[in-house]
Write a protein that binds this ligand. Structure first.
Ligand SMILES: NC(=O)C1=CN([C@@H]2O[C@H](COP(=O)(O)OP(=O)(O)OC[C@H]3O[C@@H](n4cnc5c(N)ncnc54)[C@H](OP(=O)(O)O)[C@@H]3O)[C@@H](O)[C@H]2O)C=CC1
Ligand SMILES: CC(C)(CO)C(=O)C(=O)O
Length: 313
């Protein structure tokens, strides 16, 4: 099976690197700047689960350079999605089925509309990773689960093949028949976690020691459950409690990729996560006041604001 890793950012480089390490036939689809870094610095993973390094990294910057595609692992940010669609369409024409591992849910509607329902699998990831100045992966803790599964019964056989494909790789690959619920469970968690850490500009440890602030995260979790249920996704009270327990269990310094991006002055996936939840609620004539408030607070940072631009005089 030919695997195309679409995007060699933190997640693409991690999972793509692990697949290469296991001997799989994988190629990174990247833009010019990233291609230059891959040529100059290669690809490396620094991880508590074991380091890996590659000097010759297979990559392509045009879909014409890729002969066939079977699995396309989509690892771009939500705000990159629309620009990525033409290349994804080409890869689907070459036979590829797309497995997105972005946070959020709104991309599924966009991808299914453009690529056809049949060609979009369900996926998500639990990992804490970033890139250093050489484009090498810094993996923060051992967690590296990639969950995937069929969004239609006709995708079951293909997902079984993907399970075989991932088996020798050293990351935790989990095939599930309840991928839609799993995607929403992650969406519920990340909307609350990224919202509260980014809006408060604090790691979870300090937030936890201020019950008033932690309450914002708890209320967002409840709003997300309500939203999921409005869309017939059966998130339960147990899942709400499980999410709250995760907030208690996270390490003191734990924070979200959105908070890290905000600190670096990078764009935020605010529209893709919180904005999308508000749009979906509006369609059902529902209100999500905590999510709306966090969205409004973070709006000035959405396109990226350097720390020097935010300092008070
Ligand atoms: N980082 C983390 O710890 C976690 C992230 N996630 C989610 O995973 C998703 C990806 O996040 P992450 O890996 O951190 O993001 P990054 O910003 O590190 O990586 C995204 C990559 O996509 C590339 N890209 C964008 N558009 C294209 C394109 N048209 N063609 C080729 N490459 C493209 C970017 O390339 P370029 O370098 O050229 O800009 C960039 O390298 C997000 O939805 C995030 O929320 C989920 C769990 C944890
Ligand atoms: C919280 C975490 C690290 C879990 O995977 C995440 O998804 C993110 O920060 O974007």
């Amino acid at each position: 099976m030919k695997i195309v890793i679409f995007g060699a950012g933190a997640l693409g480089a991690y999972y793509g690197g692990r697949l290469l390490e296991s001997g799989r036939d994988a190629v990174f689809f990247v833009r010019e700047k990233r291609a230059e870094k891959l040529k100059r610095f290669g690809l490396a993973i620094h991880s508590p689960n074991g380091d890996a390094a590659f000097t010759e990294v297979p990559f392509a910057t045009r879909t014409e350079e890729i002969g066939k595609a079977d699995l396309v692992l989509l690892a771009v940010k939500g705000y990159h999605l629309r620009d990525a669609l033409p290349a994804l369409e080409e890869l689907v024409k070459k036979g590829g089925k797309v497995l997105p591992i972005l946070n959020g849910v709104e991309h599924y509607e966009v991808l299914q509309k453009k690529l056809g329902k049949e060609n979009v699998l369900g996926g998500l990831s639990y990992i804490m990773a970033s890139l250093d100045e050489h484009g090498h992966v810094i993996h923060a803790n051992p967690q590296d689960a990639l969950l995937f599964g069929p969004l239609a019964p006709s995708q079951e056989d293909f997902c079984a093949q993907v399970e075989d494909l991932f088996r020798p790789a050293s990351f935790t690959a989990i095939k599930t028949d309840a991928i839609e619920t799993a995607i929403w469970e992650k969406y519920m968690f990340i909307t609350a976690f990224s919202g509260v850490t980014s809006a408060a500009d604090l790691p979870i440890g300090i937030i936890r020691s201020h019950p008033e602030t932690l309450e914002i995260a708890r209320q967002i979790v409840k709003e997300m459950k309500r939203l999921a249920n409005l869309y017939q996704v059966p998130l339960t009270e147990e899942q709400v409690e499980k999410t709250e327990q995760i907030f208690q269990a996270l390490p003191e310094e734990g924070t979200s990729s959105m908070h890290r991006d905000k600190k670096k002055g990078l764009p935020l996936e605010l529209d893709h996560l919180h904005g999308a939840a508000l749009r979906m609620a509006e369609r059902k004539k529902a209100k999500l006041p905590y999510i709306q408030f966090v969205y409004q607070l973070l709006k000035p940072y959405e396109k990226g604001l350097k720390p020097s631009e935010t300092a008070a005089p």
